[in-house]
Design a protein. Structure first.
Lengths: 432, 432
């Protein structure tokens, strides 16, 4: 197993607001962090195969993007500033119907390229042609939790159920453990209760978790209340969904009982502030969720509704949006916001306590920022600098599972020009 | 007068959403744009002294930051996540009291460095030691409207009045016309009516406009109503303020009558979404203001409450915040948002119709973005790409008043290392 030593960086371990070590060091062995802290904190006798001089850089955990639809990069800026149903019915769905398997591979590759360049080291994806997604993730060297989006009506319904065990068998725990699988029933409004029960039963048998959209819009909540007399959260609870590990995307419109359920059942909420703002879905009660003890991670959603996959920006938007929506400037302070973008999403990868922190035993998923930028001067408070002033282009080096995948802003695992050519010609075919 | 030709860029003139010309060109003579449009649109016989090959780049007007406190970069990330009055009284004001003239020069230089690197070509500033600000702006090559913040109580009150004519005399119309001056009464809650009347009278005599904070917080509006029986806007209107050109920062808490006044009196509103979010001041009714016919520009406010000076980010936040706060995904669409960040602020520089557009007769303040970035693929809609996906680090080249001030991300007018050393040592003295 390779040994890597990163020296001279300002090391932000994320154990607490003040665990920031100037001129610190991080020791990595194989896929894991051996130590992270001040100079001299590496174990005695640690003999690295490689040493990275990270003077003038800031080291922090890589970002965990807990909800996206990777290949929707192909639809970036294809349709904007439209009402939700017109956007979906007249623009997004017709184009998605023309997507072919290889489109998904290249769309996902563009997503991986963009995410690595902006400091994201792992992501949770829900889309289709998921074998193509897995191949792209494996090649890119990222960590991912992958789910085929399952629609419980029409001919797709049975196909999606059939695909479940196959996809789990082929990819769960593969790529050196970087890829895991969850079943992905799209949402309660696209998956009727009987179908959801089948999915829940299957996930239980396969020993995997669930990735689902819940309570994204007010209309969804109203429809569920009308049709089932229950909120989306309470409906899926009654079906037994929360007996499994659940990654619940959005959770914008919640009542007290919904929040109690999410907390008690240890669900992970994927908060997508920019998508929720752009589609005018609403503002998730993140401050209340955190207070209720719910684990909240951060996500970008797909590029068609964002329109980038920039977790730095998402983190800042999350913090600012909570402050203004609660009219409390103390809401979601910097340490909590950065925590949401890192360790907060660890559970989405099935790695709670082992991801999103720089400390012994955690996965070696970390990033180095180039701190010689005007917005990082003067050196007052690194946590505030990173949450309120940093840019994703400050990311210089990205390490995932102990491997250097970007260095000096050059992504080593992906041929950038090939990706641009592929996605451009495919988008032209799709939109012509 | 030098002649410059920019060739091969995707030219976004901002005349309307679709005035986007791939492989276009821009001709500049001296300080002004001669032509901007498709290939071959430069005047016949235009013989440039210099040609910039901008293939693979996107050209658009430079950003106009309509409200900031430049030298507050020194206080960046010095105090965050605090209640407003505690932040001001215990942190910001005591530190500001220790600022010396030369600190303001270097703090402003850091601001200019950060702004140029993020595509901002002009800004409206309100602070103190304003001669230092003017010197920094002149050196940096930026365009600016400068105002000394005037507090109408205590010993400062008369000093600020005395400084007005001197500062106007020294700097209004200087630096080749790049620097203009407005008087800067801080706000109705710091400048009593009698004092405001003196400022208004002086501005009228000097032939300059006004830069003022108005209706930033709910508390301010409540206090003005209690003390004067009028909203801040209606109070200053009754004093005759709007008979002058007014740049009104914030305007978060407005009633119908306030908006009518701002529209009728042709005030420019400086909207600062991220500062308003971070300090939990509230959400300005931008959509309603625009509907009422008010000219709205965009601003970052000072770095202590943002914490960067990134107009790309500010523009995106503005668009997303209007959508979610009105629950209308059609609110502030991309062309309108980019317009707010560019031409919308032209009036703040006293250059309405001559700034923020790429067309004949406008000032040659423009930027080139490097489009070879993952978040710009595929090439669907440039307007949406720029508003919803771009990063300020995409800015490659910056031209202000016909002069190239940044090229290949290297700022030509400022010694970057000297700025970092100066601000760092000064911040250490201030905060120790």
């Amino acid at each position: 197993m390779g040994k890597l030593l990163i020296k001279g960086a300002t090391v932000i371990t994320m154990e607490n607001h003040d665990s920031v070590f100037d001129g610190g060091e991080i020791a990595v062995e194989g896929q894991n962090i051996v130590s992270a802290g001040p100079a001299g904190s590496a174990p005695e006798g640690f003999d690295p195969d490689r040493t990275i001089d990270a003077s003038g850089m800031v080291a922090l955990p890589g970002f965990v993007n807990t909800h996206t639809h990777a290949a929707m990069t192909l639809l970036r800026s294809y349709a904007d500033d439209l009402p939700l149903m017109k956007w979906l019915e007249e623009k997004i769905w017709p184009l998605e119907a023309r997507l072919e398997a290889e489109d998904i591979y290249w769309g996902t590759m563009l997503c991986c390229l963009e995410m690595i360049r902006s400091g994201t080291t792992s992501f949770a994806d829900m889309y289709f042609f998921m074998d193509q997604v897995a191949l792209a993730v494996e090649k890119a060297g990222m960590r991912a939790s992958l789910s085929r989006g399952m629609i419980g009506v029409g001919p797709e319904a049975q196909q999606a159920l059939d695909y479940g065990p196959e996809f789990v068998g082929r990819w769960h725990g593969q790529a050196g453990g970087r890829i895991t699988v969850r079943l992905g029933p799209h949402a309660p409004y696209t998956c009727p209760p009987d179908y959801l029960k089948k999915v829940i039963e299957m996930a239980g048998k396969l020993g995997v978790g669930i990735h689902i959209h819940l309570a994204e819009t007010r209309t969804e909540v109203e429809d569920m209340l009308k049709n089932y007399g229950k909120t989306p959260i309470q409906l899926v609870e009654s079906l037994g969904l929360f007996e499994l590990p659940v990654l619940a995307a959005h959770c914008v419109h919640l009542d007290e009982r919904d929040m109690e359920i999410l907390a008690a059942k240890k669900a992970i909420v994927a908060h997508n502030p920019e998508s929720n703002m752009k589609l005018a879905s609403g503002i998730a009660p993140v401050t209340a969720l955190l207070k209720a003890g719910v684990a909240v991670g951060l996500g970008t959603d797909g590029a068609a509704s964002n329109n980038n996959l920039d977790m730095m920006e998402e983190m800042r938007s999350a913090a600012l949006l909570q402050k203004v929506s609660t009219m409390d400037p103390l809401a979601l302070p910097s340490f909590q916001a950065l925590g949401m973008a890192t360790a907060g999403g660890a559970g989405a990868m099935g790695l709670e306590g082992q991801l999103g922190l720089l400390k012994k035993g955690c996965k070696a998923d970390l990033i180095l920022l180039d701190a010689k930028k005007p917005h990082f001067f003067p050196r007052n408070d690194w946590m505030a600098h990173i949450v309120y002033a940093a840019q994703s282009s400050d990311v210089d080096t990205v390490i995932i599972d102990g491997n250097v995948v970007m260095e000096g802003r050059k992504v080593l695992t992906i041929d950038e020009d090939e990706v641009y050519q592929q996605v451009q010609s495919r988008a032209e075919r799709l939109t012509k």
